[in-house]
Design a protein around this ligand. Structure first.
Ligand code: NDP
Length: 267
């Protein structure tokens, strides 16, 4: 059955590809972007072209997960236009890379604010609609770090993803009685020695890693030397998008609570 879906952080990466894949699967999709003008204007134009070329119901919507008013307005617009909202994909993410000790609490709070409190803002706006409908799905992009074994320099980000994961687990326990399902997507992060990270490649973070290692000696790295090399290959992002479509399309009550996608699993 066709669903009305909002995807946060849909200007790039997993969010952008998932929004497209979900629309091709027949759903009505709102691709949330923190700006639909300015920096993200080309993304909005690409989305429109995709929607026209593929004859799908794919719209952009301004949705900044840091701003409750922006979130409220986005959800209100979707419900006004479609009369309902069935699925929320919590995908917006922000990353810092560097020795944990070198980050101020404010910098780590910013990571937490986007990844965790961003989802909280969206839930506060969306859940009244899902509850009134007596059905819905909360989908969350977690992180393979919840399985343990995190490499150095990503702790600030992974701590936030662990908090997001816990938030998802907690929500599942609270909202299932309203017919609202929860499903957690856990993208694998490492394949062939190359890592994938959202918003990767901050020069400032690279400098921070270099300065730290110069002072205290090199940490055993599992990340490539240059952080700019960490953009996930499109094919791996597509795997995550496929898994998201699969979870959404399953009948209510049969969805796996947690879906691990490890691009290094060949079979
Ligand atoms: P991207 O950097 O491509 O995507 C992150 C998205 O979040 C961007 O669209 C970005 O928008 C958006 N975003 C950031 N801040 C806000 C905000 N305040 N409001 C709305 N949107 C915002 O990375 P990925 O696609 O890789 O990451 C997507 C999700 O998947 C993240 O939650 C990440 O933690 C998770 N993940 C990714 C893995 C990977 O291998 N890549 C592994 C495990 C988890 P903008 O363009 O405007 O900055």
């Amino acid at each position: 059955m066709s669903k009305v879906i909002v995807v946060t952080g849909a200007s790039s990466g997993i969010g952008a590809l998932s929004a497209r894949a979900l629309s091709r699967a027949g759903h009505t999709v709102y691709a949330g972007m923190r700006q639909t003008q300015g920096r993200n204007a080309p993304r909005v134009a690409e989305l429109r072209e995709f929607a026209t070329a593929n004859k799908v119901r794919l719209h952009s919507v301004e949705l900044d997960v840091l701003d409750q008013d922006s979130v409220d307005a986005a959800i209100a617009r979707i419900v006004a236009e479609q009369g309902r909202l069935d699925v929320v994909l919590h995908n917006a993410g922000h990353l810092v890379v560097g020795p944990t000790e070198a980050f101020s609490p404010e910098e780590l709070a910013a990571v937490y604010n986007t990844n965790v409190l961003g989802a909280q803002r969206v839930n506060r706006a969306a859940l009244p609609h899902l509850r009134a409908q007596g059905q819905g799905l909360l989908l969350w992009t977690s992180s393979s770090s919840v399985r343990g074994g995190t490499p150095p320099f990503l702790t600030g980000y992974f701590a936030a993803k662990a908090a997001l994961d816990s938030l998802a687990v907690g929500y599942a326990a609270e909202v299932s009685r309203f017919g609202i399902e929860t499903a957690i997507i856990v993208p694998g992060a490492f394949t062939n020695g190359t890592n994938h990270f959202p918003n990767a490649g901050h020069p400032a973070d690279t400098d921070r890693v270099d300065a730290y290692e110069e002072k205290y000696g090199q940490l055993q790295r599992e990340i490539p030397d240059r952080l700019g090399a960490l953009i996930p290959p499109e094919a791996d992002v597509a795997l995550v998008a496929e898994a998201i479509v699969d979870v959404v399309d399953r009948p209510h009550g049969t969805r796996p609570f947690r879906t691990h996608i490890d691009p290094s699993d060949d079979g």
